[in-house]
Write a protein that binds this ligand. Sequence first.
Ligand code: ATP
Ligand code: MG
Length: 692
Amino acid sequence: MTEIRDRLAKLNPRQQEAVRAIDGPCLVLAGAGSGKTSVITTKIAYLVQECGMKARNIAAVTFTNKAAREMKERVGKMLKGREGHGLIVSTFHTLGLTIIRSELKTLGYKPGFSLFDTDDAKVLIKELMHKEADTDAEQINAVQSQISTWKNDLILPGAALSYAEDEDAQYAAVIYEAYNRHLKAYNAVDFDDLILLPVVVFRDHPEALARWQRRIHYMLVDEYQDTNISQYLLVKMLMQDRQTFTVVGDDDQSIYAWRGARPENLVTLGEDFPRLNLIKLEQNYRSTGIILRAANTLIANNPHVYEKTLWSQMDDGDPIRIIMNRNEEAEAERVAGEILTRRIKESAEWRDFAVLYRGNFQARLLELKLQHYQIPYKLSGGTSFFGRNEIKDAMAYLRLLINPADDNAFLRIVNVPRREVGPGTLEKLANYATGREVSLYAACSEIGLREQLSERALDRLGRFTHTLDRVRREMDAGQSISAIRELFREVDYEGWLYQNASAPKIAERRMANVWILIDQLEKSISGNPQEVEEVEGGEDMVGDTETGDVAAAISRLVLRDILEQQAEEDDSDRVQLLTLHASKGLEFPHVYVMGLEEDLLPHRNSIEMETVEEERRLAYVGITRARRTLVLTLARQRKTYGEMMDCVPSRFLDELPPEDLEWEGRADKPQDQEKKVARGRDAIAGLRSLLG
Ligand code: ATP
Ligand code: MG
C-alpha cells in the first residue's frame, strides 16, 4: 500500500492528477519523454493497490511487442505475488487474438484457426490476382495495401464494392471479397482481422460485447495517436458503458498514417466522450537540454492542433554531433568505431547504445562492421531461425505429418515444391472440405471429391498425400528421422530452393538450415522430454498436436525458440539496431541516427507525396529517444538501385538550432570554421601557459 503512495509522490502534480483520475474518460496529451507511459504503469498499480480493482479486470494495450514487454516488466515490479493475476498487458493485436479465440463460434471459425502473416496473405492475393490478367509485384502490393486500409477503416467487402470510385478500386474490392472468402475457407485470419473481427463480432453480437465488458472494467492505451479506426472502435465499444479509460498519446509522434493510423482519433475522442478529462504534461525527464531543444525546434516546423511546451530541468549536456561521411560504408564504419570507443570512454554498457535508421536495408553494412569489431548487437525485426522461409516450409511438412488436420501447413506446402495445384483446385477442395467438415488433407482421399475435381487435379493431390501417408507409416514403424530426411530428398526440396534463390550460395545455405532443423529434432527426440512440462503455460504454446515422440520434440524446439528469443530481448547486453518506427516509446543513453539525407529521411516517397510532416515526426521520435548523447550521421554518396548517387543532407538538419550542433566532415559551414579556429587558438594559449 505505502509503496504505491511513495511511487505516486515521486510523480509531478499533473502526472498524479492523471493517475488519480479514475472515474471517467481521461486523455493525457504530451510530448516525448514527459512520462506518459510512466503514468500508465503507475496507474495500473494504483487501480489494483489503492482502488481495489482486480488485475483481471484491467487491460493495457500498446503497439509493439517490445513496448508491451517493457510495460509488463515495469508493472511486474510494482505488483506483488498474485496481485497481477489475469492482468492483460498486450498489443492491440494480441488482445484481438484473445477476443477472437473466445468468440470463435460466434464468428463461425473452427478451433485451431491459422494466423496468416503478411507473406501468407500476399501469396493468397497473388494467386487470386493471377486468375485475372498478368500482374506484377507492384499491383499485388497495391491491392494488398488497399485491402489492409479497408480493414483498418472497418470497411467490409460489400461496402468497399459500393464505395469504389474507379476501376482500380473496384478491382481491388473484387479481390478483397474473394480474399476474405478464401481466408474463411482456410479457417484463417490475417493480421488486420485481429482488430477488425472483434469489432465486427461486438457490433453484431451484443451478448459477446457484454461478455467482454464484464471482463474489462478499465482500459489503458499507450501511443494512442497511432490507433486506426478499427482500434479506436474496439476501445470505444468496450468502454462505452463504463467510460473508464485512460489513453495517452502525442500527436507529434504519429508515424503510422501509412498503415491506417488516424491521429484525428484524438479529436474524435473528445466528441464521443464529452466528459473527457484532458491532461497535459510539460516536463521532460528523459533528455538533456540540448537534445530537447533540438527536438522542439524541429517539430515546430509542423502545424499543430494542440500547442505543447516541453521543458527540462536537466543540464544542456553535450552538443549534438553531425558526422558526414564519404559514403555509406564509411558511415557504418564510423558508427561502429564510435560505439567501440565511446563505450570505454563513458564506461557504458553495450545496451546503452541504439542505432536508428529509416529502412532495414541500412542495417546490413552496419551489421558487418559490428561483427568485424566483435560488438554484440540485437537487430530488431530481424528474422529468427524459425522465421526463415525454408524453416517455415520444413516445419509445415513436419506439422502436417503429425497433424493432418493442419490446413495452414497443408496450404503452405501443397505447392512447395511446385505441384501445379492451382487456386481453383484449392478453392474447390476447400469448399468441399468445409461442406463435409473435414480437413483439406482428409478431403483429398474422399470419394465425393471426384465429382468436384478433374482427374489431373485429383492425381496431383493424391501423389502429395500418398507420399506423406507413406512417410507417416515409416515414422510409426520407428524410423522417424531417416524417413523425414528421405522425404525432403524425395520431393527435391533442394532443387526447388535452387530454382527460387537469386544465387546458388543462398540456396545452399537454406538447405543447410533445413538439415540443421532435422539434426536438432533428432537430438531433441533423444534428449530430455521434461522440458515442455516444466514451463508454465507450455501446453498453450505447444498447441494440440499428438503426443508422439516427434510431435513432442517439435514442440520443444519451437518452445525453446520462443523462450530463447524472449530471453534475448530481456537481459542481453547488446547494441540495439532498430528502425525509427520500431524505436517508439523506448529510450537509450546514447543514440545514433543514420542516413540524414534527402530521399532517405525524409523518404523519397514522402517528398513526392508531400507527406514530409510525417517524416519530420519520425525524426522527432528518433531524436527524443536519446537521453544523454545524440549523433546524426549521413553519407555524401550512397548506392541506390545499384548506382552510386550523390546525397543531399536532410532538410531536417537545417531545422535544428545551429549553435547546438557540432559538424564533422563538412568544412564549408562558417561557424564550423570559426569553431576550429577558436579551438586552435585555445590550444595554443593552453600550450603557452603550460610553457610558462
Ligand atoms: P514517449 O513519448 O517517448 O513514449 P513518455 O511520455 O511515455 O515518452 P516515459 O517513457 O514514461 O515518457 O518517461 C520518460 C523517462 O522519464 C523515463 O525514464 C521515466 O522513468 C522518467 N520519468 C517519468 N516521470 C518522471 C518523474 N515524475 N520524475 C522522474 N522521472 C520521471
Ligand atoms: Mg511512452
